[in-house]
Write a protein that binds this ligand. Structure first.
Ligand code: MN
Length: 201
């Protein structure tokens, strides 16, 4: 299959002032594209794996030759995580509802408390990494953080993702990761996350 950079479902400046246009453009065209290019290069000669979607490959890393596995974790993770990340952002204000909201309340006490738990996971991830909300095998919700570009499939199916690499916020927020995380909540696409939740559970 073709591995190409997905188009953003909004303009680069659509998430301003929370995420600035320059950051979005560089993040999408340079960083995300870079991971996709390196992923394809890492799997050169592995035609059967290149025919699969990157999610399928990341969910079954034992199918990847041991010599290429770490490269696939790094580059395939970057490919997959950013693809998810763009879709869970939106310039429109959305809120969780229905079963997802009930489940967030059940798991975390309240929606506000869920946001606190997720924000802490994102803020305290040492160095580069990601925070995710995943649907576990038994259908419950869990906040996890990972280092580098590691995708969280060993914990569950991710339905919400936040990139806390410095390249995701440094131009606008410099070292103020907590301010970036606070802004992030203004542009979360809960309609999309609800769709992912319904598919995953
Ligand atoms: Mn990134």
């Amino acid at each position: 299959m073709e591995h190409k950079l997905p188009e953003l479902p909004y303009a680069y400046d659509a998430l301003e002032p929370y995420i600035d246009a320059k950051t979005m453009e560089i993040h999408h065209t340079k960083h995300h594209q870079g991971y996709i290019t390196k992923y394809v290069n890492a799997l050169e000669g592995e035609d059967a794996l290149l025919e699969k979607d990157v999610e399928e490959v990341l969910r079954d890393l034992s199918s990847v030759p041991a010599s290429k596995r770490q490269a696939v974790i790094n580059t395939g993770g970057g490919y997959y995580n950013h693809r998810l990340f763009w879709t869970i952002l939106s310039p429109s204000k959305t809120m969780p509802g229905g079963e997802l909201l009930e489940e967030l309340k059940k798991e975390f006490g309240s929606f506000e408390n869920f946001k606190d738990v997720f924000s802490k996971a994102a803020a305290t991830q040492f160095g580069s990494g990601w925070a995710f909300l995943v649907v576990t095998e038994d259908g419950s919700l869990k906040v996890v953080s990972t280092a580098n570009q590691d995708a969280p499939f060993d914990e569950g199916t991710p339905i919400l993702a936040l990139d806390v690499w410095e390249h995701a916020y440094y131009l606008n927020y410099q070292n103020r990761r907590p301010d970036y995380i606070k802004s992030f909540w203004q542009v979360v696409n809960w309609d999309k996350i609800t769709e992912y939740y319904n598919n995953a559970k």
